[in-house]
Design a protein around this ligand. Structure first.
Ligand SMILES: [Zn+2]
Length: 148
């Protein structure tokens, strides 16, 4: 090989290493973003849970916190659909609805906080899928994620 070929190979190798570094950095940024979203939602969840404990059940404030929880859950569906949540974390949170008792509580919250039934479309689609199929489903096949 002549020197021009060696220079060309060196340039190509440098470009490949540079590209690999950019791809690695983008993956790290995405991982960091998912962790930040996850922490944000965890923090918000516990804030709502703490607020619920301070209010008398059936009071207006208690109902408002239940509504906040529904909004949090619906927002998690939105963010997960965009790929901004860690898949394992989203599976765990979504998996709450596999439990019949938990699903019953959420369904009751929906009935109280959104009696017209025109909000929380992703959450409602997911619950409907659970009840229609009679078993849990993976987040990748969740009909709540397909709602536009
Ligand atoms: Zn689902």
């Amino acid at each position: 090989m002549d020197s021009a070929t060696w220079i060309g190979l060196g340039t190509l190798l440098t470009a490949i290493v540079g590209l690999a570094l950019v791809v690695w950095q983008l993956r790290q940024q995405r991982r960091t973003m998912r962790a930040e979203f996850g922490n944000l939602y965890i923090e918000r969840y516990w804030q709502i849970d703490d607020d619920l404990l301070l209010e008398r059940k059936g009071s207006k404030r208690h109902r408002q916190h239940r509504h906040r929880y529904l909004r949090l859950f619906e927002d998690e569906f939105d963010v997960a659909k965009l790929g901004f949540l860690d898949l394992k974390q989203w599976r765990a949170w979504h998996g709450v609805l596999n439990d019949t008792g938990a699903r019953e509580l959420v369904r009751n919250d929906l009935q109280v906080c959104d009696p017209k039934g025109d909000s929380f479309r992703r959450l409602r689609a997911c619950i409907a899928q659970h009840e229609r199929d009679g078993v849990g489903h993976d987040v990748r096949r969740c009909e709540g994620s397909a709602v536009t």
